[in-house]
Design a protein around this ligand. Structure first.
Ligand SMILES: [Zn+2]
Ligand SMILES: [Zn+2]
Ligand SMILES: [Zn+2]
Length: 131
């Protein structure tokens, strides 16, 4: 029977991590195995309690702060307007005014396309936000 063997259990709670618990048998001798088992279960209990406390503190902090705010630059979309082309994706050809032809001929400068794709964003008009 467990209760008969473990007559006395002494715990110094304030020194638990240093000295731990000592379990005595009915002769008053230290029961080495019971002491070891007791300390292991206590340590596991303390660790679980510490982990639960840490998780609780984290959850409390998160609930107070709310979800992380979206990126100030892109608003959480992950993309920002290309500053080189102002989001247009390209530039109108200055020679033909973007029309692609002049005096009835295809513009030699832009090849008739009327403009040039933005080299910075590849014509997408936006760039990935590097946050
Ligand atoms: Zn961003
Ligand atoms: Zn661009
Ligand atoms: Zn042109």
């Amino acid at each position: 029977m467990l209760l008969k063997t473990l007559l006395l259990i002494v715990c110094w709670s304030f020194l638990l991590f240093v000295s731990g618990c000592v379990v005595y048998d009915k002769e008053g001798n230290v029961d080495q195995q019971a002491t070891r088992e007791m300390n292991e279960s206590l340590r596991a209990g303390m660790q679980a309690a510490a982990q639960a406390t840490a998780a609780g503190v984290q959850a409390y902090q998160q609930s107070r702060m709310g979800p992380p705010p979206p990126c100030a630059r892109c608003g959480g979309t992950g993309f920002v307007f290309c500053t080189y082309c102002q989001g247009a994706g390209g530039f109108a050809c200055a020679a033909c005014g973007g029309r692609g032809f002049s005096y009835g001929f295809a513009c030699a400068s832009c090849g008739g396309r009327g403009g040039f794709p933005c080299a910075a964003c590849g014509g997408a008009g936006r760039l990935p936000c590097l946050h």
